[in-house]
Design a protein around this ligand. Structure first.
Ligand SMILES: [Zn+2]
Ligand SMILES: [Zn+2]
Ligand SMILES: [Zn+2]
Length: 356
């Protein structure tokens, strides 16, 4: 993520800010420009402060719920008035239920981070009904009936289902602990599930199945049986020599989705480190290898090796910072050479899609 500054007063901003903490200007994110703008109401439209007669914007319809800060151009805005990210929503939770609004806001905030990276990478974003496998989101709350089966987070032909219950920290932590996972976040869920959509776009529809199978294995093996085996027997003891996570060992599709999610973690976190000019120069003479900086844009860097070379020392150092605060590691994973090869495949597919 870039570092943003208020266009009215210059105060540094976080991507999620809806108002400037210094000058109180209303803020809106223009995804086409990749800028967080200080805007003021001008009749029925919004314009950048200090630019009278400049471009006219509307806020996404979900801004009315405090669930979106994104702008869309007023010109050509359809009836629905949803932003680039919210127009992929298919079902949102029932907002007449008190607890759902707060949960949905957390999901939307994570989804905006996801879309920021997808747009910066220039990845395709198709919608239904034009594309029957277009990207859509169902944010579903568990049925209130006692004993009824809960919503399962997952993916089906472009439709991503997210269990809204995961937005409760205690619930998500309970599930993380029960599954024995080192990392479970809303952003991680979203990055994983859209990974399945991008398998269709970047592998299947792009004619890269043979290369995919050579690295990840054959995705035609029974998916349901593979997941059942994973949950009953657990991962193979040596999964870490091949996969980014234990869950990735369940099936070739899950391996791709986990690898794709890690790729987005890397790209976003490296951009953030670069935006702040973070440089590591360890003071221990034996730790020279941990020297690094990010003087490149990870969205446009041709060589995956450059990302990986910066990623390993950066995550080692930030893990140390987290431990100083009594927090779990920022990045509780290590990347084996075979997993890095899979990341290189994702990187190549992403670059090919941008070129196309
Ligand atoms: Zn300001
Ligand atoms: Zn929106
Ligand atoms: Zn999956």
């Amino acid at each position: 993520m870039k570092l943003f500054a208020c266009t009215a007063c210059g105060a540094p901003l976080q991507f999620e800010d809806a108002a400037c903490p210094q000058c109180a200007a209303r803020l809106g994110y223009d995804p086409a420009a990749g800028r967080l703008l200080a805007v003021a109401l001008d009749g029925e439209v919004w314009r950048v402060q200090g630019e009278p007669g400049g471009r006219a914007y509307l806020f996404c319809a979900n801004a009315a719920y405090g669930a979106c800060t994104w702008l869309l151009p007023a010109e050509g805005a359809g009836e629905s008035r949803f932003c680039h990210a919210c127009r992929h929503n298919h079902v949102i939770p029932d907002l007449t239920q008190d607890s759902n609004l707060g949960r949905w806001r957390k999901l939307e905030a994570a989804k905006k981070r996801l879309f920021y990276t997808l747009l910066a990478l220039g990845l395709p974003l198709t919608r239904r009904p034009e594309d029957p496998k277009g990207l859509a989101f169902d944010f579903l709350a568990d049925p209130p009936a006692p004993g009824a089966p809960g919503v399962m987070t997952g993916h089906d032909n472009g439709l991503v289902t997210i269990a809204v219950a995961e937005a409760d920290d205690s619930e998500r932590e309970a599930r993380r602990s029960a599954m024995g996972e080192p990392y479970r976040t809303l952003l991680g869920h979203l990055r994983h599930e859209v990974g399945h959509y991008y398998w269709t776009k970047l592998v299947e529809e792009a004619g890269a199945l043979d290369a995919f199978r050579a690295l990840f294995g054959d995705e035609r093996t029974d998916y349901g049986a593979a997941l059942q085996r994973h949950y009953s027997e657990g991962p193979p003891a040596d999964w870490a020599t091949r996969q980014v996570s234990a869950y990735a060992s369940a099936h070739a599709w899950e391996d791709w989705a986990e690898t794709f999610a890690h790729y987005l973690h890397m790209v976003d976190t490296l951009e953030t480190a670069g935006a702040f000019g973070l440089r590591l120069k360890p003071r221990h003479p034996a730790a020279e290898d941990l020297s690094t900086s990010v003087p490149f844009d990870p969205h446009h860097e041709p060589e995956l090796a450059r990302l990986v070379d910066a990623w390993a020392p950066l995550t080692f150092a930030v893990n140390a910072l987290n431990r100083s605060m009594g927090q779990p590691d920022l990045y509780p994973f290590t990347l084996a050479p075979a997993a890095i090869e899979k990341l290189a495949f994702v990187h190549a597919r992403v670059r090919a899609a941008r070129g196309a």
